[in-house]
Design a protein around this ligand. Structure first.
Ligand SMILES: [Zn+2]
Length: 900
């Protein structure tokens, strides 16, 4: 690509040095210094002169020197500064994109979602006006290509390629989002034959800001710390963002792990657009550490997910040649293949690979703020933006050049999927759950990924488990989305490589703790299937009244039972909970029926409430509908079991007053998951308290504190004592992972660490230097799924009907079970690894050890989790256990706890 412009090497080190040589005398003396000092001294001098150099950049620095339509507004004419001079705020970005779209006949702009902070997520669909005039028709033809029995009707020689270009899913990697304005301007205003050819043969969907909330948080930080005379010292506050930093979204989640899990509106909206358009190339523009250069995929070949076809990786590499040539032309350093993986389908550059598309990751060395010293010289913000612009344009070049080849690849990909499904040993998966809401949410995610789902119409037994008609579902392997089905359901235990950039397992029915079975050929012939599911069925929760009501009852085995309990407590009503299973008579469809209620079921008596019977009935009736929950009236306190409702063993519950500790020394991801669970899922207004604000008085209003994963190094001796005293007064501390390690280390709990080797490199014999990173990485558990066994009679297990619970495990810490035989309600099983990579022998070490323990401290308690029960907002199987700790923690008998 021709990048003919006079400004483009202005910030390169050689030019800066040449400028200095001409102007300043000291450079000759500096050259005499030792190399380290030389480096530092040059840095200092450069930083003095650099302000002007950065300010000089104009639009020709970024874009090819071609004719641009003067009627189309440049970014500067709308946002009021040259791109790169400031970090764009999301509001200004939206303002520009709307102006641009309004002034161009090449653009349709659409909002596809709103972020948690109510910012619009935008797509600009940019193509030739004559394509725009028949855009729906083009989309229909393109989608036919993905439907094997219609695909041969499409002549790929005639159809445009669809390219989805997206930016800055990590909000503090902002060269991408700032580049997006220039990329969109280039396509909207460019008049060269090259641009016109792109528009004629391509549909370009520009997604300027994958993560609006994070982008805005970061822009606000760096802009507010920018000096008039740019400071390039990495120690400046501009480059050391405060907790929780701008990488993540509003709830501090990494959106670049959410493409598969769909916990957030940003991803939910984007996946809809993805499947609406079925792009051929999708790009994901990131940043990495300041001292690196520029990376583009392919990543390390052995770390590509085996479900991704080799042809995908070949195409990625062929496209890479276009990036290489483009970066050559502006003298930018780059690399490929030697880092980053393409393994986890929850990432933006990997999800497309299971969907007939080629996903491409770009990583630019980050200037973080406006100008930062690096081993490669001064790294200016405009320089980083330019690399993103140049590779955005080279992606378009590659797309046009490989247009027909990629359309053909898309067609054959789906045909092969059907074929692979037909030949697969596993014919599909059968699943069900007693929790109707959880099952509905699971189906919604499956449908979002375009999987075919069929309800079964006849009861079916598989692997010794009963699947009831119309309450169980089947996802076949023989379908166009067979690769997605496989990666969602499969348990993976063999790996070509032992290093993972992220998790090594995500088996979703395990995360949801569903009852599920693989279906083989013989089983499949016994299946009777209903009509393909189009929408996840909405459930109808209901209150079943009695003529004369004594109390109300609902089971705890539903995901949203906790929402109802909280709302009842907020209404000021007395709530009770049963520790024993009971059978009672209820009235259903006009007749008395026996109904079984499990441990943890909630009772709302009519006695001594602050509301009338009618008011209570209205409240509960509304809650039943809102929470997909069945609530039953009871006409008597007598049950068919050996218990009455006024029994002293029926616990009275109190509304939890909960706080989570955040800030210095905590993991923002893990604390964010607690915040997200409590706020978004439970509807609880959770206080997030900074570690520095912990004092004896600040803790008084809470009866429950959550310490998520973290290090807590900033808590001083007095603060530790405050927490300890607060527990002793009868309160509940819930600790997770690092929080548990901290409590053990600070002697709040008596928990014995497993002392043997836990997969760490033993270095027992001489090893070649080069194997060190591999051996070290092989000892790490980035994330795998383990099987645990629960004591179903323990309050922390109430609401579960099956004693096997999959957990998501990270790290190699192991703790022994407690001395008190009742204080470890959850243990890893004898052969616990279910899915994912672990170091050799680790599973035998963790076998039968503690996964969840309960400790007594004074009149209070510490509930200590080894694994994160709310992992990434999609670990629906663990949420109830966490809710149990919050709502029932105070109900655990102190004699069953591990004493201190
Ligand atoms: Zn990133």
């Amino acid at each position: 690509m021709a990048m003919n412009n006079p400004m483009m090497t202005d910030t390169s080190i050689s030019n800066i040095l040449a400028t200095l040589n001409g102007k300043s005398k000291p450079i000759s003396q500096i050259l005499a210094l030792k190399s380290m000092y030389l480096h530092l001294a040059i840095m200092l001098i450069i930083s003095v002169f650099s302000t002007n150099l950065v300010a000089q950049v104009d639009i020709t620095y970024y874009l090819p020197d071609i004719e641009y339509d003067p009627a189309i507004p440049t970014p500067k004419s709308v946002i009021g500064h040259q791109v790169g001079e400031w970090h764009i705020s999301h509001d200004k970005l939206v303002q520009y994109m709307e102006k641009l779209a309004a002034s161009s006949d090449r653009i349709i702009i659409q909002e596809y979602a709103r972020s948690h902070e109510n910012r619009p997520l935008l797509n600009l669909i940019i193509t030739a006006p004559k394509n725009l005039a028949r855009i729906d028709e083009i989309k229909d033809i393109h989608r036919k290509l993905c439907t094997p029995n219609e695909a041969d009707q499409v002549n790929t020689a005639d159809e445009p390629i669809v390219v989805y270009q997206g930016y800055s899913i990590h909000g503090n990697e902002s060269s991408g989002v700032n580049a997006s304005m220039l990329v969109a301007y280039y396509l909207a205003a460019g008049q060269s034959p090259e641009v016109l050819n792109k528009l004629e043969n391509g549909i370009f969907i520009i997604d300027p800001a994958y993560n609006p909330d994070g982008i805005n948080r970061f822009a606000s930080w760096v802009n507010s710390h920018k000096s008039k005379h740019l400071v390039s010292d990495p120690a400046d506050r501009e480059y050391t963002e405060a907790y929780p930093r701008g990488r993540t979204n509003h709830y501090w989640f990494d959106l670049n792990r959410d493409w598969l899990l769909l916990s957030h509106p940003e991803s939910q909206g984007r996946i809809k657009v993805f499947h609406d358009w079925k792009p051929n190339i999708l790009t994901d523009h990131h940043e990495m550490n300041t001292n690196s250069t520029f990376f583009f995929q392919p990543g390390i070949p052995s770390r590509t997910n085996p479900n991704t076809p080799q042809r995908n990786q070949d195409l990625t590499e062929e496209i890479g040649h276009f990036h290489a040539h483009a970066l050559d032309s502006i003298n930018s350093l780059y690399y490929t293949k030697s880092s980053f993986d393409d393994y986890y389908y929850g990432k933006g550059s990997t999800y497309p690979d299971a969907n007939a598309c080629v996903g491409i990751l770009f990583e630019q060395a980050s200037s973080r703020g406006h100008l930062q010293e690096s081993v490669n010289g001064l790294l200016s913000f405009p320089f980083t933006i330019r690399n993103q612009v140049v590779t955005s344009l080279s992606t378009q070049d590659a797309a046009i050049s490989k247009r027909q080849e990629m359309l053909d690849y898309q067609r054959i990909f789906y045909k092969n999927n059907i074929k692979d499904g037909k030949n697969s040993i596993i014919r599909g998966w059968l699943y069900t759950d007693v929790d109707a809401y959880k099952l509905k949410r699971y189906n919604e995610i499956m449908l979002a990924h375009q999987l075919e789902i069929y309800p079964i119409t006849k009861d079916m037994r598989s692997n010794g488990k009963l699947y009831k008609a119309n309450e169980s579902y089947f996802i076949p392997m023989e379908q166009i989305q067979s690769k997605m089905a496989k990666t969602i359901f499969e348990k993976v235990r063999t790996f070509p490589d032992s290093l993972f950039y992220d998790v090594s397992a995500w088996t979703m029915p395990l995360a949801f703790d569903l009852q599920y079975s693989e279906v083989n050929k013989g089983d499949k012939s016994r299946l009777e299937l209903g009509k393909r599911m189009i929408d996840a069925q909405s459930l109808k929760g209901k209150l079943y009244p009695e003529d004369k009501t004594y109390a109300y009852i609902f089971d705890w085995n539903q995901y949203k039972s906790a929402n109802a309990l909280l709302a009842i407590q907020d209404a000021g009503l007395i709530t009770k909970m049963i520790h024993k299973e009971i059978d009672v008579d209820v009235t259903k469809k006009g007749e008395k029926q026996n109904m079984h209620f499990g441990r943890g079921s909630i009772i709302v008596p009519l006695q001594n409430q602050n509301k009338t019977g009618n008011e209570i009935q209205n409240i509960l009736s509304q809650l039943a509908q809102e929470n997909d929950l069945n609530i039953f009236a009871l006409s008597t306190g007598i049950t068919k079991s050996n218990m009455t409702l006024g029994n002293p063993d029926v616990a009275t519950l109190y509304r939890p007053n909960v706080m989570v500790i955040v800030g210095d020394g905590t993991s923002s991801y893990d604390a964010g998951e607690i915040w997200h669970t409590m706020d978004q899922k439970l509807g609880y207004p959770l206080t997030k308290m900074e570690t520095r604000d912990i004092s004896s008085t600040s803790l008084k209003r809470y009866n429950t504190i959550v310490m998520a994963h973290g290090w807590y190094g900033s808590l001083d001796k007095d603060q530790v004592e405050n927490i300890s005293n607060w527990i002793r007064q009868g309160n509940t501390l819930i600790t997770v992972r690092g929080g548990t390690d901290w409590a053990a280390k600070k002697d709040l709990i008596d928990l014995k660490r497993y002392k043997g080797q836990t997969g760490k490199d033993t270095e027992d014999e001489y090893q070649p230097y080069e194997v060190h990173p591999v051996r070290r990485g092989a000892g790490v558990i980035g994330g795998a799924i383990f099987e645990t066994k629960m004591d179903l009679t323990h309050p922390l297990s109430y609401g579960y009907d099956d004693d096997i619970l999959p957990v998501f495990h990270r790290g190699t810490n192991i703790y022994h079970t407690t001395n008190n035989p009742y204080a470890t309600p959850l243990k890893y099983t004898a052969s616990p690894i279910l899915s994912g990579y672990i170091p050799r022998g680790f599973d035998t070490k963790i076998a039968n050890q503690a996964a969840l323990t309960v400790h007594k401290l004074g009149s209070g308690r510490v509930i200590a989790f080894q694994d994160n029960p709310n992992f990434r907002g999609y670990w629906y199987g663990g949420t109830k256990q966490f809710y149990n700790a919050v709502f029932f923690g105070a109900e655990i008998s102190s004699r069953t706890m591990e004493p201190k």
